[in-house]
Design a protein around this ligand. Structure first.
Ligand SMILES: *Cc1c(COP(=O)(O)O)cnc(C)c1O
Length: 409
């Protein structure tokens, strides 16, 4: 039956009670979805609430929010080693950042390669679904190239897929399904040699890699230090610990960034120029991103990154001790594992974890359980490992029907 608007409104305390009751049955996201810790959440919430009513669409007419957005973009560009000519936009998430970059690539190709009638984008099989979506909306032919056996982009196969109509290449840093970096310097060199655009999707890695690097973690090079990289998407609402929705898209130069905006002139209100896809968006997300970056600073992000990496190491050690489970090596924050026996499968393990209240992500090819590890207290990891052990021990009682893997994102 369809819910109807109540005839008489409820009181504030009734609403509070209802909200609490509704939330009570939700899964525990704390370990699996990139949390920064209770203090970081508090800062983000405070800033979000202060700008609860504001709309960044107003641009410079709302000076304080404009300034915060400018500073967030400056800090992000600096973290990605943009030079003095680099330019960036703030968006509502990875999908919009990707959409903006794909739009810029298409407009750039229209301007500089007018002979191309059916533009084509070449991406690794593991690149995010948002590329397929963007290409669908923008009438670009998309080619997903099979990965190498190491779950990274296969350079030779990518090179073979580049045709005269190809306008750009994509690599992930790292990819969402397997948590591994594509060979960005090699892909960027390939793009450069063919005179096409190279986009790096650092949505999940962009705001943790710089600090992991500070801590001595060896990562493949992925940012604007790499010759040939034209643009990067990086999500503030992932390891930037910003309130949702917040992301950035950064360009090597103002010239490339200038292909992104859109202007409408033939309507009654006068010129309507938007840099990104959406119109109105929440000012709280901008203020929250800004506040968290100021609160943590480089040193604080190093601390959260170290905590996250410790949690991942603890998960790895713990899962290796549970007979029948295998851990997939990942480059950064994703923790991925799967059963190595015929006796039970990933879906059953995920269903068991869900039944115990844990939220986990999933991968289908091959079936695996995935967490994007948070920087929370290690006691949360202890509780998770205990539950995982119990799930595996009691696997016979858990049935496939009790839960489906969530393949979203
Ligand atoms: C999360 C993610 C996206 C999409 O971001 P949304 O914020 O969910 O729109 C794109 N690419 C990668 C690698 C991601 O991890």
């Amino acid at each position: 039956m369809r819910t109807t608007l109540p005839d008489r409104g409820l009181s504030l305390s009734d609403i509070e009670g209802e909200l609490e009751a509704m939330k009570a049955d939700d899964p525990d996201f704390s370990l699996a979805s990139m949390k920064g810790g209770a203090d970081v959440d508090e800062v983000a919430r405070l800033a979000f609430m202060q700008y609860f009513e504001e709309n960044p669409l107003l641009g410079q007419r709302l000076p304080s929010l404009w300034r915060m957005q400018t500073e967030v973009l400056d800090m992000a560009t600096d973290l990605m080693h943009g030079g003095p000519d680099a330019a960036a936009s703030m968006t509502t998430g990875g999908s919009e950042s990707i959409f903006c970059a794909v739009h810029a690539i298409r407009e750039w190709a229209r301007a500089t390669k007018p002979e191309i009638e059916r533009p084509r984008l070449v991406i690794p099989y593991s690149a995010h679904a948002a590329f397929t979506k963007s290409c669908h909306y923008m009438n670009i032919e998309l080619v997903r190239v099979p990965l190498g056996p190491d779950y990274r982009a296969d350079l030779t196969a990518m090179a073979d897929a580049v045709t005269p109509d190809t306008i750009g290449l994509v690599g992930s840093a790292p990819n969402w399904p397997y948590g591994r970096y594509d060979p960005i310097p090699e892909l960027a060199a390939l793009a450069d040699s063919r005179g096409i655009w190279m986009h790096v999707d650092a949505c999940v890695g962009g705001f943790v890699a710089p600090f992991a690097e500070d801590l001595g973690v060896q990562l493949p090079r992925w940012d604007l230090r790499v010759h040939g990289v034209c643009s990067i998407s990086a999500d503030l609402h992932k390891y930037g610990f910003a309130p949702k929705p917040a992301s950035v898209v950064v360009y090597r130069s103002r010239e490339l960034h200038a292909y992104q905006p859109h202007v409408v002139t033939d309507w009654p209100t006068g010129p309507y120029r938007t840099e990104t896809v959406v119109g109105t968006r929440p000012g709280g997300a901008v203020a929250g991103a800004w506040a968290v970056m100021r609160y943590l600073g480089r040193e604080g992000f190093r601390r959260t990154t170290a905590r996250m990496l410790n949690n991942k190491a603890q998960l790895t050690a713990g899962v290796r001790e549970i007979p029948g489970l295998t851990v997939l090596d990942t480059d950064l924050g994703q923790f991925i594992f799967h059963p190595d026996t015929e006796l039970f499968d990933s879906q059953t393990v995920a269903a068991g974890l869900r039944q115990r209240g844990w939220f986990v992500f999933g991968v289908q090819e091959p079936p695996m359980v995935s967490l994007v590890v948070s920087a929370v207290e290690s006691t949360v990891v202890d509780r998770f490992l205990n539950d995982l052990e119990a799930v595996v021990a009691g696997i016979g009682e858990t049935t496939r029907a009790e839960g489906e893997l969530n393949y979203a994102s």
